[in-house]
Design a protein around this ligand. Structure first.
Ligand code: ADP
Length: 162
């Protein structure tokens, strides 16, 4: 059983993340999307909301599971019986941070290999941050996120003071 973990904040999940999940699901028997709970970053959505939005988006994807995690990624990966961590690489700007993290994770547990996947070209400019920004400014994000996420963004931002 080849199992991979795809960790992130997913605040919220975008079509770019889903593209990476779909690619990983072709390579591995099982992909666990791991939603970081005690992230340093203060999110727009709670961990429960972020988890529910991904679950909705991958419902019916047979070999994809969604789980929350806090603590060390390599410990979570090893407890789940995973041998790989998947990360998405959009541009050179992602590289430095990802490279550092991959090497640090290897130092912590050399059994866990980090695999980088590149999304389809039209998702390379997409990030949760930019989607939130567009949404906050009243723009249409339907092309960038699943419909349920676009709806959740509208609701969340309507409920918040500008
Ligand atoms: P983090 O906050 O840890 O960067 P994110 O949820 O933003 O978590 O992203 C998780 C992973 O998905 C990271 O490896 C990130 O580079 C990747 N990712 C984010 N957006 C995209 C995208 N549009 N295409 C491909 N990979 C992406």
């Amino acid at each position: 059983m080849r199992r991979a973990i795809y960790p992130g904040s997913f605040d919220p999940v975008t079509n770019g993340h889903l593209d990476v999940i779909a690619r990983a699901a072709k390579l591995f028997d099982e992909v666990i999307v791991a939603v970081a709970v005690n992230d340093q970053k203060r999110g727009l959505f709670t961990a429960d909301e972020r988890t529910a939005l991904i679950r909705g988006a991958v419902a019916g994807w047979k070999n994809v599971r969604v789980s929350r995690f806090d603590g060390l990624l390599v410990e979570f990966a090893s407890a789940q019986g995973a041998t790989a961590v998947v990360r998405g690489l959009r541009a050179v700007s992602d590289f430095e941070f990802e490279f550092q993290m991959a090497l640090m994770n290897r130092k912590l547990d050399e059994q866990i290999e980090t695999i980088f996947l590149m999304p389809a070209e039209n998702y390379t400019y997409l990030s949760s941050r930019i989607v939130k920004e567009i949404s906050r400014l009243g723009g249409n994000v339907d092309a960038f996120v699943p419909a349920s996420v676009a709806g959740a963004l509208r609701e969340k931002l309507a409920a918040r003071p500008a």
